[in-house]
Design a protein around this ligand. Sequence first.
Ligand code: ATP
Ligand code: MG
Length: 216
Amino acid sequence: MTQQLTLALSKGRIFEETLPLLKAAGITVSEDPESSRKLILPTNDPDVRVIIVRASDVPTYVQYGAADFGVAGKDVLLEHGGEGLYQPIDLNIAKCRLSVAVQEGFDYANAVRQGARLRVVTKYVNTAREHFAAKGVHVDLIKLYGSMELGPLVGLSDAIVDLVSTGGTLRANKLVEVEHIIDISSRLVVNQAALKLKRERLQPILDAFEKASKAK
Ligand code: ATP
Ligand code: MG
């Protein structure tokens, strides 16, 4: 009996940066999610299909076994908690960092020293809560789903916790990075039951991914 495999990916950089890894495993995706409206994409291998989901939904699809494996940022995995997921490989793709940033001219270090209560906007409330608790910084966290940079500019918050790569978006909005929380890259996540039941089919792909991501 052949084993069907479903891989969960998000559109954009994770899809783009996973393509070369798939290629190393002999898999090519037959359609481009940017131009296709299909959410299930076939590949050259009739037993392997790719589903296109929101970046933050990848762990959920894999956890429940709707996808056998997927690619998700460490930011997303930290926030999700990683329950029911086996995380064998750091793929070394979609690299960035999770940081605290404030408006230029806001004295973050002094506010912290004074024990001020800071308002922070973020999509990553769980990770942010842990970070500030470990540092003994008092915060009120406000959950946003995007455009975090706007928070301090319109008086919604004193600070943001968000992903930074080049810092271009921060600079464009007159924000400065004041704390580096953690380095981020994307990981392969595998459903724990699939790992056992579909090992024969999965293992060669995992091996190819590992080899290709180490070569980067
Ligand atoms: P959605 O659009 O569904 O809200 P999203 O905007 O977080 O999700 P992407 O921007 O495609 O989706 O980010 C997907 C993943 O890529 C993130 O979870 C993170 O791990 C990584 N990532 C995000 N921004 C950057 C960046 N500037 N540089 C490198 N990697 C990034
Ligand atoms: Mg985005």
